[in-house]
Design a protein around this ligand. Sequence first.
Ligand code: NAI
Length: 434
Amino acid sequence: MSASINKVSVIGAGTMGAGIAALCAAAGCQVVLLDMKSDIAAASIERLAGGKRPVITEDQAKLITAGSLSDDLNAISDSDWICEAVVEDLQIKRDLFANIETIRRDGSIVTTNTSGIPLKDIVADMPARLRQDIAVTHFFNPVHIMKLVELIPGADTDPQVTSRLADFLSGPLGKGVVYAKDTVNFIGNRIGCFWMLAGLSKAANADDTSMEAIDALMSKPVGLPPTGLYGLIDLIGLDVMDFVAKNLDKNLPANDVGRNYLALPATESEMLGNGQLGRKTGGGFYKLVKADDGSKSMEVYDLTDKHWRPMQNIELQAVHQDIKTLMFSDDAEGRFSWDLMSATLNYASELVPEISDDIVNVDRAMKWGFNWAMGPFELIDAIGAQAFSDKLKADGVAINGMLKVLLDNGHGSFYINDGKEFLTVDGHYEQVPA
Ligand code: NAI
């Protein structure tokens, strides 16, 4: 089996497929980009190399050949890597892989960019050759900017396939590879979507804390991006959140605590029904308003009174600006922050080794895919693992997962030696891999 990847086929020329094709062209690969009609793929290539902020140069764009699935599927026959990035629909993906399998050459690698469909469902009853040559490569949007790619082998994936992909993704494509397991939403979206869905639910039931205050707390003070909770969901769209929740409902384990947060709160459900989805519909929780004189201002949708009002600037008190004091602050701000962040961090602790063999891959997924300044385990260390566990116990929460491993072995933190060693699921420390 040849080790290098030089010829790539990307199927699906939408947001993700176009981004992956551009990344490969920028790395000097020959790329075939197919969609339902070749015009769709051609328009994507034009967009990549044109506009105000081109993603690739005109010369790099010449490395990408547009085609259609109906007329040009044979063009994938000599590809080293065939990456599927069509709509998130199990049957469409399965039909496509059945076709690909009849055309691709021996030794080629196949991947799906699915964000949440388990690989085992995609390859169920498929030929053994496909099952050994397929994996998930889950890129994050925008592909040329986000460092993370989650790499997920299936039960029958040949380890050589995984290692060839890891070499290519981290080498020529310059990505940060995180190894995940074939569980729903993998690592980043499993924890990130828990945080968002639990956040909406908990905020709906929180003491008097405004949307602006929640976003001010759920950003810099806890090392999360400036969009906070509502700002991030505006970016993603309430329709996508609803789609994610439905997929989680189908695939989460029966006893998973994430099941408590799958239903959107009443007001958010109304917004979804009314098409008030987020930035793509001109406003969701926030909207930018232009006055007649040309000036611009932000408004927020008041979830209690259900009307738009001017956004307020929030000045956080010093005690709320640092996660170490915020988590233990006995006021509305502290209680909400503890409620959401402790649930999320404890969830991450309970998910190892279910979703990842170790804490390092979890921390990297959240840093590289969600732009968290620290991963969940680094955050627990920053708060103080003992104090964090004591407060969870005082809340009546049973300590499981990696927190239990840490406490049972008498350790004080998940990382030691300036972050160079991490706590394994067996309770000892190992060198953090490069
Ligand atoms: P998109 O809607 O931008 O593009 C999907 C493309 O698939 C379109 O160009 C469409 O013409 C094509 N298509 C639709 N039906 C098809 C069919 N029957 N056969 C062949 N092509 C068909 O979607 P996007 O966002 O690029 O997503 C693609 C995949 O990547 C999905 O599985 C999605 O879950 C996943 N993903 C999306 C992310 C995002 O942020 N948009 C992030 C990570 C993964």
